[in-house]
Design a protein. Structure first.
Length: 242
């Protein structure tokens, strides 16, 4: 990446040791500032399949001008054309690509004009999901700056944002978690290392059916729906319990 070596693993490891949201935000801001971002906002967009207002969903809102441009007048977060387009893609993308959508309303197009008036020429929208029916978005930019990331770099950025969201919700919820059994922990450590079900079965001398069952149980306990989410969430919990 551009300004510094971007280590998702380092961010995940350090964030797992943090026990308050304010310190977590500071660490996250340090990470993104190293990549050239200055304006950093983070919103929960939907909960239980319901759109939430920007005020209700705000987790980090560091730029008043951009927040007002995007979410003024009590709008829900997914009013914004960038967010609306993002909801269909579920992958990081540059803000102004959404301006090419010919179905945007005049009001939505005024959002882009307002952003340019505030000095923004580019920005990255990063969507993350915790579980089905829940969605959050990170809007990242810096006035007068354009960003050039490869697809791999954008994917790493999304993983960092995903980790931030998962840890944030843990700290905000403050809810107890269903513990993993010793065998489930063994399986998840191998999943986090990128091993397939067959490789895990061979390593632990289990049947493929048993491994599949254990992984599904782990997904349920961790509140995730895929191996990437499970690896991130497990890394947090494993380090915290170490």
């Amino acid at each position: 990446m551009t300004e510094k070596t971007f280590s998702v693993d380092s961010f995940i490891q350090r964030s797992a040791e943090i026990v308050d949201f304010k310190t977590l935000v500071k660490l996250f801001r340090e990470l993104l500032s190293a990549l050239g971002f200055e304006s950093i906002s983070y919103y929960v967009v939907r909960q239980s399949y319901r759109s939430v207002s920007a005020k209700e969903g705000a987790r980090v809102e560091e730029d008043v001008e951009i927040a007002d441009a995007l979410f003024g007048a009590g709008r829900s977060v997914d009013f914004d054309p960038v967010i609306s387009a993002m909801l269909e893609k579920l992958e990081p993308f540059h803000w102004f690509i959404a301006e090419e959508n010919r179905h945007l309303s005049d009001e939505q197009r005024r959002v882009f004009k307002r952003l340019r008036a505030e000095g923004f020429v580019d920005g990255i929208a990063v969507p993350v999901m915790r579980r089905p029916g829940e969605l959050a978005v990170f809007t990242l930019s810096k006035r007068g700056k354009t960003f050039s990331f490869t697809k791999t770099e954008l994917r790493k950025l999304q993983i960092a944002c995903h980790a931030m969201h998962l840890r944030s919700e843990e700290l905000i919820d403050g809810k107890g978690e269903a513990p993993l059994s010793k065998r489930e922990t063994e399986v998840m450590r191998l999943v986090a290392r990128g091993m397939t079900n067959r490789e895990i079965a061979e390593a632990l001398k289990l049947s493929s059916h048993t491994v599949d069952t254990l992984i599904r149980r782990c997904f349920s306990k961790l509140g995730v729906t895929n191996r990437i989410e499970a690896s991130i969430m497990f890394t947090f919990r494993d380090k915290l319990s170490a």
